[in-house]
Structure formats: structure tokens, C-alpha cells
Design a binder for this molecule. Structure first.
Ligand code: 7PJ
Length: 301
């Protein structure tokens, strides 16, 4: 049993070249964000179908209102995404993606949000960081050759996610000899590589559903304690994904929050430092209850 997980302190370093970070403390020339137990990253999609048809200004206002609501519900960080990377999806141009993401990031930065940007493109990352983003969440594991340099120069940490193949085709025939060994060694190797290149820190994410069968996903989940024993905090994202549908026989992604919560509580108990979710309030409350149940009797909590 790992009773220590709910009270484990997680840390993420940001270089001081970034503006002061909400909630971070200054530590040896860096900003250090610290949190205890499993935090919630709230998903904020700014793809055209996710908001009104009332034009750009109305879209930005709606995105800000949703972010405010996610923060009130307990999200530590808001993950802004302007391009769908769901299985089967095609990409959008950098200009189009920036048009969606930049005004929202700028508005959130003004309001003191901790902002992550979900993008595969170094050009989008660079502009988003200039507009006030703090962290880049790149589901391709920084395949764009400029991405490492962009994050290093801005002093922004990255979320490194493992993906086999490309979003358009990745679920056709995922194959591994030893999925846990391959994904974990990839993540550790990449974290070391980007830190040597000057990126201040990394979150590690095994990338559930990104070029993985249900069995691969389950093996990776069972292995979260091993990944969490590394020096980097672990992020898990299964919110409304296909594997929740497969395990629960629920076809409608919008109806998969209860199953997502069950999976994320398991991940939290296994040592995940953060979960990336749609249903922030439900996760916030459930994680607090779990932390209360797991608190070591007579311990500091
Ligand atoms: C993930 C993500 C994930 C991280 C998406 C979806 C697809 N970023 N972006 N981890 N998934 N770090 O939300 O279904 O699992 S987009």
C-alpha cells in the first residue's frame, strides 16, 4: 500500500523569465509550483464547434467564463487547446490554431490563471508563451524540431506525452513488445533530453488512447506507481476517452464522466500528480474525499 501518495508534495519548475506564476514560490532563480496530492488540470477546448457562433469576441468571453468556472471548481491549471488530436482527426494550420488560442490565453493571463497550451506546433507554442501561457502540453512528445528550443528560451516546462503514430491513424493497429518498458523509457529519456536542452522541467504522461489498445492502456495504468517513482510528476488523462466507453459500454463521450472519475481516482492513488479532466468539480470533490480517507492516522495531514 502506498499511503504516502495523497500527501506527497509535487513540484514543477518554471524559469524566472516567465511572469510571476499564480501560487508559485521563488526558488533559486526559478518559480516553483508546489502542490500536495493529485491536482486537476481543467480542459478548455477552443475549437470552433466548442463554443457559440457569435464571433471571436463572444467566443473569447465564453472561454473565459468557462475557465473561471473551472477555476472555481478547483482546477489548478487550465489546458487550452485549439486543435483536436482525437483519433482520426486532421490538423489545422498554425495561423488558424493561433487565431483560436492566442486571444483566450491573453485574456486568461490577465486574470491570473495558470495556463497550459495543448499544441503540437512550435510556432503556436512560441506565440502562446508570449501571450502569457506557462506550460506547453505537446501530445506528440515535442516532435516539432523547434519545440524544445521554444520552451527552453521561454523557460516553460512541458508535458511530455507518449504517442505511437499520428492522431489520424494511431488507433489502427497499435503494437508494442513491452508497452510499459517502451513508454516509460521513452518518457524518462525525453525528460532528460529536454532538460539538458534547457527546458526547466517536465510532466510525464503515458498518453492513454494515443496509439494504444485497451490492454495497453490498462498495463500503463497499472504501472503508474513505477513512473511516479521517477523525479518527474506524472499526468494522466482519460477523461471521456474511448477506453472509458469500452470498459463501461457507454457510447456517448459526454456521458463518460463517472467512469473517468473512477479511473482518475485509481491513477491518483497510484501516484499521479495531476489528472486532465472535463468534469473538474466532480474530480475536485472526489479527490479531496480520497485524500481524506488515505490520510495517515496521526500524521501531519
Ligand atoms: C491528452 C492530452 C492526454 C495530455 C488530449 C482527449 C484528446 N494531453 N490532450 N494527455 N489528450 N497531456 O482529450 O480526448 O491524455 S486530446
Amino acid at each position: 500500500m502506498t499511503l504516502a501518495w495523497p500527501t506527497r508534495v509535487h513540484r514543477l519548475r518554471f524559469r524566472r523569465s516567465l511572469p510571476p506564476l499564480p501560487g508559485a514560490v521563488e526558488e533559486r532563480g526559478s518559480w516553483e509550483l508546489r502542490w500536495t496530492g493529485c491536482a486537476v488540470m481543467g480542459i478548455l477546448n477552443v475549437t470552433p464547434d466548442s463554443f457559440s457562433d457569435g464571433g471571436r469576441h463572444a467566443d473569447v468571453a465564453a472561454a473565459v467564463a468557462q475557465a473561471e468556472s473551472l477555476r472555481r471548481a478547483g482546477a489548478l491549471m487550465i489546458d487550452v487547446g485549439g486543435e483536436s488530436t482525437r483519433p482520426g482527426s486532421h490538423g489545422v494550420s498554425a495561423a488558424e490554431e493561433l487565431d483560436r488560442v492566442r486571444p483566450v490565453v491573453a485574456a486568461l493571463a490577465e486574470r491570473g490563471f495558470l495556463i497550459s497550451v495543448d499544441t503540437l506546433k512550435a510556432e503556436v507554442a512560441a506565440e502562446a508563451l508570449r501571450a502569457g501561457a506557462h506550460l506547453i502540453n505537446d501530445v506528440s512528445g515535442l516532435r516539432d524540431p523547434q519545440m524544445v528550443q521554444v520552451c527552453a528560451e521561454a523557460g516553460a516546462p512541458v508535458c511530455l506525452m507518449h504517442m505511437q503514430g499520428e492522431p489520424r491513424t494511431m488507433q489502427r493497429s497499435p503494437h508494442y513488445t513491452d508497452v510499459v518498458e517502451e513508454v516509460h523509457s521513452y518518457l524518462r529519456r525525453e525528460a532528460e533530453r529536454v532538460q539538458v536542452a534547457g527546458v526547466p522541467d517536465a510532466l510525464l504522461d503515458p498518453g492513454l488512447g494515443f496509439g494504444k489498445s485497451l490492454e495497453h492502456n490498462l498495463s500503463l495504468l497499472r504501472a503508474v506507481p513505477d513512473l511516479a517513482a521517477s523525479p518527474w510528476p506524472v499526468l494522466i488523462g482519460a477523461s471521456r476517452k474511448g477506453m472509458i466507453g469500452q470498459l463501461s459500454d457507454e457510447d456517448d463521450p459526454a456521458q463518460r464522466d463517472p467512469g473517468s472519475l473512477a479511473l482518475h481516482l485509481h491513477a491518483a492513488r497510484s501516484g499521479a500528480a495531476m489528472v486532465r479532466v472535463h468534469a473538474v468539480a466532480e474530480h475536485g470533490q472526489a479527490l479531496k474525499v480520497q485524500a481524506g480517507l488515505d490520510r495517515v492516522p496521526g500524521g501531519a495531514g
